[in-house]
Write a protein that binds this ligand. Structure first.
Ligand code: FAD
Ligand code: EPU
Length: 334
């Protein structure tokens, strides 16, 4: 267990928003869980933080910021799958790289997504044609509302596109361990636009696909270590066929994708934002990336409020032009 009073979180979030928490508590093992019931926190809000790559932090966070810092990776080889149990505090990027290098396939399309393993179920991370939910077995979490340990299966988690029970009930479940099931035999997923081309002549393997994904992502997205950002700032909107047809008549080039729901089409938020004239544009100290219109960058280390003001201006303009309401992807804390 690690407890810090008046903790500086400026480098604990990839937007590098200046932020302080009254308390920062790292839970390092199951034995630490009793600290969550400490009378010092009575009446104070608890906020769960991971690696800070999908959050907009407030300047002063009153209450306790809790991180699940449990470590450890266990690999179990079964007849029809490889199951991997991982502590919430492990790095997602390092996990995917290590499994891909060992030839254990299933997560390679999700390479180079920043953050910790404990956050991967929260928005059901997805990229290059694969979603976390497809590889999920179960997880162990501490229910902060009831003060008890629980094991949650796929149905309990109610995964959707960038959505889950955790995203809908913020700060209730502290995810501690995640168990993934990677089917055997392994099958390459190469359908996402540009992935086959990025692989080139290489034989598809977990490692070669992981490298191709890393190459694609590095070319498309600004590196948060150099240019503070939180990845996609908005979800890709899902619209009714009626609105889709009306927009298609006016904008013949508009990209659109099928969704799991037959009565919805997915549009590209980046495309809508670019058409609304926001790609590369600045408001105050914050900017829409010129590299990718779905990314807000914070090179001047502005506060969360300025970032949300830019997001609101983008949302307003996109709605005025397309009648589409963009939904924010990162979570606001404090
Ligand atoms: P945080 O940002 O710290 O937290 C995010 C949310 O999860 C918060 O609501 C927090 O309360 C909750 N949370 C965190 N840990 C726990 C826990 N242990 N228990 C319960 N709740 C918890 N996302 C994608 O889906 N696909 C992408 O391709 C992608 N690309 C990205 C690229 C860049 C450059 C960046 C900066 C971000 C990208 N993201 C992407 C978003 C981000 O990487 C993921 O959402 C990631 O899972 C967040 O992990 P984190 O540990 O940083 O969580
Ligand atoms: N596009 C533009 N302008 C831009 C960038 C893209 O018009 O500046 C258009 C292009 O038509 C392009 C299309 O948008 O073909 C899609 O772009 P891209 O392949 O980069 O995917 P995305 O929809 O912008 C989504 C996820 C990413 C994920 C990638 C790859 C969401 C909100 N974002 O981005 O996830 O890595 O697909 O699968 O679903 C994240 O969630 O933080 C994230 C980065």
């Amino acid at each position: 267990m690690r407890l810090v009073e008046n903790a500086d979180l400026s480098l604990a979030n990839t937007l590098q928003v200046p932020s302080h928490a009254r308390w920062l508590l790292d839970i390092e093992s199951l034995k630490d869980l009793h600290v969550l019931n400490d009378p010092r926190w009575d009446g104070r809000a608890m906020h769960i933080l991971g690696g800070g790559s999908n959050v907009v932090l407030g300047e002063r966070i009153d209450g306790v910021v809790v991180r699940a810092a449990l470590r450890g990776i266990e690999i179990h080889t079964l007849p029809d799958s490889v199951e991997v149990s991982v502590g919430a505090g492990e790095s997602w990027i390092a996990l995917v790289q290590s499994l891909s290098e060992q030839g254990i396939g299933g997560l390679e399309n999700l390479g180079l997504i920043p953050g910790l393993v404990g956050a991967s179920p929260v928005q059901n991370i997805g990229a290059y044609g694969v979603e976390f939910a497809q590889r999920f077995a179960w997880l162990q979490a501490f229910d902060l509302e009831r003060g008890e340990l629980r094991r949650l299966n796929s149905q309990d988690c109610a995964f959707g596109y960038r959505d889950s029970v955790f995203k809908r009930n913020p700060n209730r479940w502290l995810i501690l361990t995640v168990r993934m099931r990677l089917p055997r035999p392994w099958r390459a997923e190469l359908d996402y636009a540009g992935l086959k081309e990025a692989l080139g002549d290489e034989t598809p393997s977990p490692n070669s696909i992981h490298h191709a994904v890393v190459r694609l992502r590095t070319a498309k997205l600004p590196d948060p270590a150099l240019i503070p950002n939180a990845g996609s700032f908005f979800k890709n909107p899902e619209v009714t066929p009626d609105l889709f047809e009306r927009l298609r008549v006016r904008y013949a080039q508009m990209p659109a994708y099928p969704t799991a729901k037959t009565d919805r089409k997915k549009l590209s938020a980046a495309w809508l934002i670019e058409q609304a004239g926001w790609r590369g544009r600045k408001l105050g100290q914050v900017q829409v990336s010129a590299q990718h219109a779905l990314v807000i960058t914070n090179e001047q280390r502005a506060g969360g409020r300025e970032i949300l003001e830019l997001a609101a201006a983008i949302t307003r303009d996109v709605e005025a032009q397309f009648s589409v309401v963009l939904e924010r992807e990162p979570v606001c804390i404090g």
